[in-house]
Ligand binder design. Structure first.
Ligand code: KG4
Ligand code: ZN
Length: 373
């Protein structure tokens, strides 16, 4: 199946072409081309995403990305020469997948309208064409299927076991505990299989990515703050300031990050001469410790065989390293997408679209800003 995926839920316009095959027990997905047009420079002067501007930029970007997608549809993996030919003409698309939520509704609508327009146009060439709405959070959740590395339990050298460019779901052990960490969400999920899961907990206030962004602002760093805080933290002492570990010992699996952000603000008010790198490192250490401890507690309590990590904050190396180490120590496999698929992109929407198609799950083609998992 050839999939064209569209992502416009926030400030990244994303388009991706994928090839997918196999059923729910062993889906195989390959990214042929993944393009993201970032709007960072446009929103940066405002210190955050401005919905009206995001909408305008998506409307401008989508046709340009679409042209770019089919003008020179070179494969990402050189070994598959066959995909560089006419196979990827737009008329060969079998499935259109578009994010319907959660996110900024004016931004979501631009992707949905574009998908509908493409559907009407391409349907004349391929009457079998399908259009499917995708939950952005399922995109993050399934992004690990885009990986080409699987950190196996008891791997000989304790390192990555290099796999093929696509990964079979059957290589994973169930249940899995999945942590989704983004700018809008912090969610812990127990997956019994690719199609059955339950939410264990989520943040009660700020998402962890939001906390990174707010701490960045307190530290005078530009938007988006996550990568900036990480860069500064690398030069600081993570044990310099004992910031609180919110809800660490709380029985459930919910999170809370707004108090941690406030603790950073108060610390700088009371100790304005503290090196900023120590503040960044100590904040990051507190956030990572809570995320890792809670995820691993869920893994132990549910006897997880796999731990999954996704969402924009998964781009944080300190978090990835700490969680993969903790999972390995416990004896579970750890899997996460390659770096480029952590922050918002359409490739993950293509995977989630394929899975939604296999699961016969249909979402209304309407923007839903507060859609949940
Ligand atoms: O998944 P994503 O691209 O968009 C949402 O769905 O929200 O996540 C964006 C979030 C932002 O809050 C950004 O600051 C954070 O991910 N982020 C990071 C890093 N890279 C992105 N946070 C910490 N460390 C990073 N390296
Ligand atoms: Zn996202």
């Amino acid at each position: 199946m050839k999939i064209l995926a569209i992502e416009t839920s926030c400030d990244e316009t994303g388009l991706a072409l994928l090839e997918a095959e196999g059923g729910l027990r062993a889906p195989r997905v390959r990214v042929v081309k993944n393009i993201v047009a970032s709007q960072i420079a446009i929103h940066a002067p405002f210190g955050g995403v401005v919905p009206g501007l995001a909408k305008r930029e998506h409307i401008k970007n989508l046709p340009i990305l679409y042209q770019n997608m089919f003008a020179n549809s070179k494969s990402e993996t050189p070994r598959s020469k066959r995909n560089q030919n006419s196979k990827f003409k737009s008329s060969k698309i079998d499935l259109l997948a578009v994010t319907v939520g959660p996110g900024l509704e004016p931004a979501l609508w631009t992707g949905i309208e574009f998908a509908k327009q493409m559907y009407r146009q391409l349907k004349t060439q391929n009457p079998q064409l399908k259009l499917i709405g995708v939950n952005h959070l399922e995109g993050h959740l399934y992004s690990f299927l885009l990986t080409n590395k699987l950190l196996r339990q008891k791997s000989a050298k304790g390192g990555y076991s290099g796999g093929p460019a696509t990964m079979r779901q059957s290589a994973l052990g169930w249940p899995a505990i999945a942590l989704i960490v983004s700018g809008g969400h912090t969610i812990l999920i127990k997956m019994n299989s690719l199609s059955r899961w339950e939410k264990l907990g989520e943040t009660r206030d700020d998402a962890v990515g939001e906390a990174f962004d707010k701490v960045a602002r307190i530290l005078g760093l530009p938007y988006p703050g996550g990568p900036e805080v990480e860069r500064l933290a690398a030069k600081g002492n993570p044990n310099a300031i004992p910031f609180p570990r919110p809800m660490l010992h709380h029985k459930g699996y919910d999170f809370s990050f707004s108090g941690l952000k406030t603790a950073v603000r108060y610390h700088l008010r009371d100790h304005p001469l503290t090196p900023r790198e120590d503040v960044a490192a100590s904040f990051q250490a507190a956030a990572v410790e809570v995320l890792v401890e809670k995820t691993m507690r869920a893994a132990r309590e549910h006897r997880a065989r796999t731990v999954l990590l996704s969402g924009g904050v998964a781009a944080n190396r300190a978090l990835r390293t700490a969680l993969s180490r903790a999972a390995r120590r416990y004896g579970a496999a750890f899997s996460t997408a390659p770096l480029e698929y952590h922050t918002d992109n359409a490739a993950m929407i293509g995977v989630a679209g394929y899975l939604a198609f296999l699961r016969k799950k249909r979402l209304p083609l309407r923007a839903n800003g507060i859609l949940s998992v």
